[in-house]
Design a protein around this ligand. Structure first.
Ligand code: SF4
Length: 266
């Protein structure tokens, strides 16, 4: 996933997975003088939730002496996630979940932040559980092209899109949590107020139940996905990337998803 001289932007939310990843990469980076780390944190603007996570993310960065770059939805888009959700509820046409809005805006924010700090890679704390949940969600939605695209190391499809890697993609969430507890890492453990809406929650419960009854289920699904992706060949191949006609960011159509979303909402 990494080269010896990479500048790595670690996406740090303040939760257990991203902070465990930050601590482990910090330890590894000390033995690799040509590599460097910077933490990037996205402040979505979720009242009563994000402030605590931001504080914990900053405290951990200070403890590890890792520079932190914070980018907020408000400064980037002029609107917080709370405001996005409130607006979307007045306009039911799109019927997207809060996490769907958040995901599109956060992916862009992370990429902008990674570019701003001159990073070669963005490392995220997605665990085995996240990866398997995402794969099943894409299957449940019939979204085969995303099933192919969403993998542990993204392809370089545009020079302004920073490559993303998921070093914990084979690490169960329980182990990442265990690491955080054993190392006494302070992390936020209250869930996002919008999380309960997500299809992901139902899939998480189902997978945990399957794992309890049939140990190894999550690994099996992840390994099956690894073999299925190449077999799906060109489906979802990200060709024809261009610049969005409105903001100039990489887009797969005339206008990017972020601009379409913001135009619809505001
Ligand atoms: Fe965003 Fe959903 Fe995660 Fe909350 S749970 S931070 S809304 S993606």
């Amino acid at each position: 996933m990494f080269n010896f001289n990479d500048k790595i932007a670690v996406a740090v939310s303040g939760g257990k997975d991203s902070l465990s990843l930050l601590h482990i990469l910090a330890k590894m980076e000390r033995q690799r003088p040509k590599a460097s780390l910077v933490a990037v944190t996205v402040d979505e603007g979720i009242k009563g939730y994000r402030d605590e996570a931001l504080k914990l993310a900053t405290e951990n960065c200070e403890e590890l002496k890792i520079p932190q770059y914070v980018v907020s939805f408000k400064e980037l888009y002029g609107i917080t996630l709370d405001e996005v959700i409130a607006q979307s509820r007045l306009k039911p046409k799109w019927e997207l979940t809060s996490c769907a809005y958040c995901g599109v805006l956060r992916r862009r924010a992370l990429n902008v932040a990674a570019r701003a700090v001159g990073a070669d890679k963005i490392a995220t704390g997605h665990t085995l559980d996240d990866e398997v949940q995402t794969a099943l969600m894409n299957i449940f939605r019939g979204d085969i092209s995303r099933l192919v695209k969403e993998k542990p190391v993204t392809e370089k499809v545009h020079q302004r899109l920073v490559q993303k890697v998921k070093p914990f993609c084979e690490i169960p969430e329980k182990e990442s949590a265990l690491y955080a507890y054993v190392k006494k890492i302070s992390f936020q453990d209250t869930p996002c107020p919008y999380a309960s809406e997500a299809l992901r929650n139902d899939i998480r419960s189902m997978l945990n139940q399957m794992e309890n009854r049939h140990a190894g289920t999550k690994f099996t699904v992840a390994k099956a996905m690894e073999r299925i992706r190449p077999a799906l060949g060109g489906i979802g191949k990200r060709e024809g990337f261009r610049e969005c006609g409105e903001c100039g960011e990489p887009a797969s159509a005339e206008f990017c998803k972020v601009c379409e979303m913001l135009r619809y909402l505001t």
